[in-house]
Write a protein that binds this ligand. Structure first.
Ligand SMILES: *Cc1c(COP(=O)(O)O)cnc(C)c1O
Length: 358
């Protein structure tokens, strides 16, 4: 019998979160960001679950776009990082992928192609990862005209650096730069808006927003957990309690002996560890739950197991499922305890953990 460590995926919750994104994005449309294997939830089931609602998907790379096509879905797929080789442009044409072109290097590839895909141009308004500076845009447009590629241009994209922080003025500055830089071409579409931007009051979303983490119930905002923003948890990560015992006051638990019981403590071992993607940096005190009762981790997370304090759950027995995150314990809470963000936890669940869908 397989061990019952599992990531349960609630596709109904995913759809509700997508609808919330649409409400916040309106009148802009929302392209569903399903990169990194649907943020660890499985790109194909996630894309299929949103197929009746989402007019477009967005992914990071070609392999992810192809996974959507292989599943038989026909919507356009935006490739947020563009293409990595000129030959990929031909595939984009055939498959209806929309690469985001961000460098002169990529524009030169367009010139080499007989057939051109529809595409977007990335504007660097301050994130300083990818894109053309506002001052370069006129030249980019001349170049596209010169090589006859202008008809394929759908519009402009930019990405916010600090939208998670309502106290930052950066998003307003980036929005103003984007608006000004693209104002000469009102016939073209514009896309801004990661999940966080959906929660900034009054934030313009232009034509297309690009929600990712919020679809999966993770909070995009600093110091907020998903449910506080109206988001439903999508993944419940569960693993069985495989043994229970009482450690005596003064004894230690696990590698390094860092946790010392301050009193006799009933504890349990749970069949999940960093080999499953559970974060090793989640230390003593990180919340989990058993039978709806919150409990805490103790000691160091091992590769295949972790220890929990069962003082709060005297009825917990071997075989009971422990929730590592889900409806009782928010993934954002665990992320905070591990010094990271829900994005990393969700995308980090390894192939050893089966995904079960409902
Ligand atoms: C990943 C990504 C998004 C989605 O970001 P979330 O914070 O997960 O909503 C949007 N736009 C771009 C360019 C991205 O790379």
């Amino acid at each position: 019998m397989p061990r019952s460590t599992v990531a349960r995926i609630d596709l109904g919750a995913l759809r509700q979160n997508y609808r919330l994104a649409c409400e916040h994005a309106g009148p802009a449309q929302a392209m569903a960001v399903v990169k990194a294997d649907g943020y660890g939830h499985g790109i194909v089931p996630v894309a299929q679950a949103l197929a009746n609602d989402a007019p477009k998907y967005a992914v990071a790379c070609l392999e992810e776009a192809l996974a959507i096509r292989d599943a038989g879905l026909r919507q356009p797929v935006v490739m947020l990082q563009g293409v990595h080789a000129p030959g990929d442009l031909g595939l984009c044409v055939r498959q209806g992928f929309e690469p985001v072109l961000h460098s002169h290097h990529q524009l030169a590839w367009l010139d080499q192609m007989a057939a051109r895909p529809t595409f977007w141009v990335k504007v660097n308004t301050g994130m300083n990862r990818l894109g053309f500076l506002p001052a370069e845009l006129a030249e980019v447009m001349r170049k596209l005209d010169a090589i006859g590629a202008r008809p394929g241009l759908l519009g402009f994209v930019t990405h916010f650096a600090c939208a998670d922080d309502l106290d930052s003025s950066m998003t307003a500055e980036q929005t103003a730069r984007f608006e000004e830089a693209t104002a000469h071409w009102p016939e073209l579409m514009r896309s801004v808006g990661n999940s966080a931007a959906h929660f900034i009051p009054g934030q313009p979303m232009f034509d297309w927003s690009r929600p990712g983490i919020m679809l999966y119930g993770g909070s995009p905002m600093l110091a907020k957990i998903g449910p506080e923003l109206g988001l439903k948890p999508v993944m419940s990560l569960e693993a069985p309690l495989i043994t229970t015992r009482t450690v005596r006051a003064g004894e230690t638990v696990g590698y390094g002996g860092g946790f010392v019981a301050d009193r006799d403590t009933r504890m349990g071992m749970v069949a999940i560890g960093y080999g499953d993607g559970y974060p090793r940096h989640a230390g003593t005190g990180t919340p989990a739950a058993v039978n709806g009762q919150r409990i805490r981790l103790i000691g160091r997370v091992s590769m295949d197991m972790l220890a929990v304090d069962l003082s709060n759950a005297p009825d917990a027995r071997e075989g009971d499922p422990v929730e590592l995150w889900g409806p009782t314990v928010g993934v954002d809470e665990v992320a905070t305890c591990a010094g990271t963000i829900s994005y990393e936890l969700l995308t980090g669940i390894t192939a050893r953990v089966p995904r079960e869908y409902r």
